[in-house]
Write a protein that binds this ligand. Structure first.
Ligand SMILES: *Cc1c(COP(=O)(O)O)cnc(C)c1O
Length: 397
């Protein structure tokens, strides 16, 4: 057997342990081990598993898979993206300080401002696209720089290498939320990031059916520390959801490529639309982070956002659009339209939202697998309808 390194699309399907872990049956899918506890062979001999909070073979197959895909040392699966994120922050101690992207995911904003503060872990929000501002915000007790790139929902691009350099010079760890890119398009550990985080609820699982989170560490040592927190805090991913996530990951390659191709076409269409004020998508050549993004990522992803002109009524637009699910979340086979001001960023006060460009005209559009022409004509229809002051544009004329 050759031992050539496979392309990521191949790894998504095969690596590393999709065969029945015990090699007993040759089943192509990993078994779902529904067991909370494990028989110990003898009085003083312990097997590889003892209790499923500490370790479960199905979850372990998933954890090994994400570690390999992200090219990290250790993967850990959690009950949600927020659980992976908050458990990683638990590596800190009272008196520590963290730097966080201004346009961080709303749930992370809530955790940092309302939970970490109770444990005397302080924070500063900084514009991560401005490395001077990041450098100036470092304090003697800063222990983590937390970034999201592209960010949510305005798709700002952070220079991963630049942040890692500042972190290393100041003895900080870098955490990166890689939910929007997935390991298919962005491998932060290879750029020096210490912990990569995922809401696997999104692209990795891909079918809007489970809530899951993943973390990958760059070293075994950090992996051990995070595994200790995972076991102590206990918000692990169950065996059935672990299985479902492994299945979702297998099709990530085709799903994300198809959706990203459509996203670029939709972004280009919206850019030229007279009723659209702004389009945010790193794949557009006029996006301020376009070149930087291309230097650190292999694709632009399936999420874009756009701002409608004041003459377009947001409510009517949502009422008239037919195909997208109007919902929170992203990264699924169905296109999802969201309204950040009242959905993903509802936890953020209005003046904080406005500072971050999350205006009342902003929509986020996570492109699914529908035919792109259908999505474009749907957008076209709804935008026209929402710009007219009529009740039912279907019957006009
Ligand atoms: C959804 C999301 C999260 C939170 O993940 P959950 O699985 O919902 O807990 C974190 N970061 C980003 C970028 C997300 O989109």
């Amino acid at each position: 057997m050759s031992n050539n390194k496979d392309q990521l699309e191949t790894e998504l399907i095969h690596a590393p342990s999709n065969l029945d872990v015990e090699q007993r049956t040759g089943a192509v899918n990993v078994p779902i081990y529904l067991s909370s506890t494990y028989h110990q062979e003898s009085f003083d001999a312990f097997g590889p598993f003892d209790y499923s909070r500490s370790g479960n073979p199905t979850r372990q197959a998933l954890e090994e898979k994400i570690a390999q895909l992200e090219e990290g040392a250790r993967g850990l699966a959690f009950a949600s993206g927020m659980s992976a994120i908050s458990s990683s922050f638990m590596l800190l101690s009272a008196g520590d300080h963290v730097l966080v992207s201004t346009d961080v995911y709303g749930g992370t904003y809530r955790f940092v401002t309302e939970v970490l503060t109770k444990f005397k872990i302080d924070h500063t929000f900084v514009d991560m696209t401005d490395l001077t501002e990041v450098n100036d915000a470092i304090k003697p007790n800063t222990k983590v720089i937390y970034i999201e790139t592209p960010s949510n929902p305005c798709l700002n691009i952070t220079d991963i290498n630049g942040i890692v350099k500042i972190a290393k010079a100041n003895d900080c760890l870098t955490f990166l939320d890689n939910t929007f890119m997935s390991p298919l398009y962005q491998k932060p550990i290879n750029l020096g990031v210490d912990i990569v985080l995922h809401s696997a609820t999104k692209f990795l699982s891909g079918h809007s059916d489970i809530i899951a989170g993943l973390a990958v560490t760059n070293t075994e040592e950090l992996g051990e520390r995070l595994a200790f927190i995972q076991n102590s805090f206990g918000s692990i991913l169950g065996a059935q959801d672990s299985y479902q996530l492994i299945q979702g990951i297998k099709t990530l390659g085709s799903r994300l490529k198809q959706s990203s191709e459509s996203a670029l076409k939709i972004a280009a269409y919206l850019t030229n639309h007279p009723l659209i004020k702004n389009v945010f998508y790193p794949g557009l050549p006029n996006h301020p982070g376009h070149d930087l993004h291309n230097s650190q990522s292999k694709g632009s992803g399936a999420v874009l956002s756009f701002e409608i002109k004041d003459s377009v009524k947001a409510k009517t637009f949502v009422e008239q659009i037919r195909l997208p699910v109007f919902a929170v979340s992203l990264g699924a086979v169905e296109t999802i339209l969201s309204y950040p001001a009242t959905m993903s960023h509802a936890a953020m006060p209005k003046q904080e939202r406005d500072k971050r460009g999350i205006t009342d005209g902003l929509f986020r559009f996570s492109v699914g697998l529908e035919h792109v022409d259908d999505l474009i004509s749907d957008l076209d229809y709804a935008l026209q309808a929402a710009s007219q002051q009529v009740k039912d544009p279907h019957v006009v004329g």
